[in-house]
Design a protein around this ligand. Structure first.
Ligand SMILES: [Zn+2]
Length: 456
């Protein structure tokens, strides 16, 4: 098979530049499979163009220089076909990850006017985060847009002049968290209300929170993963079933908004202290586990760790520093819930012993883990973090990713045994044996056979 070179795409097909060709594909469609979009009123003024090519004479992407400090020289992320977006977009993919599909359903059902112009008045960040040197340090932040929370305002004039829509990819607000376990922590005396951070006897927490959608600088992501940009583009193209042809046809576009979930960051204490290394910081990096985090399933330690993380974050903030819980949408070690439940079944049907914990996952998914923690520290860089005093995690992958990117970890803190549900020992002991941090006992492969979970 001939290798694909994105730099020299010599496609001679004219499918992409002629509306009459919209039903053409490499196999000749039968009449039955031909779609006629002529009657569609929604996009009547817009011919279908399957993709664009870097060799097209009419494209004019808005310049985007990822590591530029000055936002004007940097340029906005433009990732939609609104206005002149088809010709001027500079980013492959679609906004808002999986929610782009719900946006499409809203327009298809005409509940959302295709000409709707978002009015972002008063949507500005509730808390200001100053620009950090990390924002424009080469290859430091490659999986989110450092200007994403300000984009609609920074690029309003450009948006009007160029007739393109510039959308936000981050937003910042304030909230109060009310979790039943934290009320218990107050009752036990582990958490003391102060009216500022721990608001009351209910254990309610005052937080600043940041929502982040992923925006990938493809060369930077490839570099962090230790592969070439070409390898990254090809795998993304193939594994999404050809969903993003521009990964192949637009080597000039270096930015991609992938169809994945993002991050929510919960900050306790004054956010101004975060970049200050003289202030202490406690951090929990948490990957989503809906079954435990939300529904308190007892098969793993996720919810317990989340609560422990929030408690310790609150205490660190009360001591004059900051506590942060960064929550990543990477369900089931980024393998997804469907595979995860099958792994549960395979575990329970074969005696659920800790020695076979990872093996069961590998049998079904082919890999133990698909979270790629290399991209995780980006949001930490964005907040200006250079030192973590208390890392509330036992994960060696999270630890290594953070330290390898130049952020110091002073102390690693494991979850106290008494907070773990009995059935989660299989998971935690298997992880410890595989290299997770502990001050306690590291089980041998032989001993792991005796660590068993509940059967059905
Ligand atoms: Zn879990």
């Amino acid at each position: 098979m001939a290798p694909v070179s994105i730099a020299t795409c010599q496609c001679t097909s004219n499918v992409h530049s002629h509306e009459s060709q919209t039903t053409k594909s490499t196999t000749t469609p039968s009449k039955k499979s031909t779609l006629n979009f002529q009657d569609s009123e929604l996009y009547a003024d817009r011919p279908i163009r399957l993709t664009t090519y870097s060799t097209d004479s009419d494209i004019k992407p808005i310049p985007l220089n990822w590591f530029e400090k000055d936002h004007k020289l940097r340029g906005p992320v433009v990732c939609n076909r609104t206005g002149d977006g088809l010709l001027k977009h500079n980013t492959i993919g679609a906004h808002a990850g999986p929610y782009s599909i719900y946006h499409a359903l809203s327009t298809a059902t005409k509940q959302l006017d295709i000409k709707h112009k978002p009015d972002y008045t008063n949507g500005e960040p509730a808390v200001e985060f100053p620009m950090m040197p990390q924002w424009f340090t080469e290859n430091k932040i490659v999986s989110l847009d450092p200007f994403g929370h300000l984009a609609p305002w920074l690029y309003q004039d450009l948006s009007n002049e160029e007739n393109v829509e510039v959308q936000p990819t981050m937003s910042i607000t304030k909230a109060i968290l009310s979790l039943p376990e934290l009320k218990d922590e107050v009752a036990k005396g582990n958490l003391k209300p102060d009216g500022k951070i721990v608001l009351n006897e209910m254990g309610d927490l005052a937080v600043t929170k940041i929502a982040v959608d992923p925006v990938w600088n493809l060369p930077g992501v490839a570099l962090k993963l230790g592969i070439t940009e070409l390898e990254l583009r090809r795998a993304l193209f193939e594994d999404t079933n050809g969903m993003y042809p521009e990964l192949i046809t637009r080597p000039d576009l270096k930015t991609f908004m992938p169809p994945i979930g993002g991050i929510t960051v919960y900050i306790l204490g004054n956010p101004e202290f975060i970049p200050d290394p003289t202030k202490k910081l406690a951090l929990r990096v948490h990957d989503e586990c809906s079954g435990s985090d939300v529904f308190l399933s007892d098969i793993c330690s996720c919810r317990c760790y989340l609560i422990f993380g929030l408690r310790e974050a609150a205490i660190e903030a009360q001591n004059g520093g900051n506590g942060i819980v960064a929550y990543y949408r990477k369900e089931g070690r980024a393998l997804g819930e469907v595979l995860k439940y099958m792994v549960y079944n395979a575990r329970k049907r074969s005696g659920d012993s800790a020695d076979a914990y990872f093996h069961r996952t590998e049998c079904i998914a082919g890999v133990k883990d698909a979270r790629f923690q290399e991209l995780m520290p980006d949001i930490l860089h964005w907040m200006g973090i250079t030192k973590i005093d208390r890392m509330l995690s036992m994960s060696n992958m999270k630890h290594d990713a953070i330290v390898n990117q130049g952020i110091e970890i002073v102390e690693r803190v494991e979850i106290p045994d008494e907070l773990l549900p009995a059935d989660s020992r299989v998971e935690i002991d298997a992880k410890i044996a595989a290299g997770y941090f502990t001050n306690g006992h590291v089980y041998t492969q032989e001993e792991l056979k005796d660590v068993k979970g509940r059967s059905w």
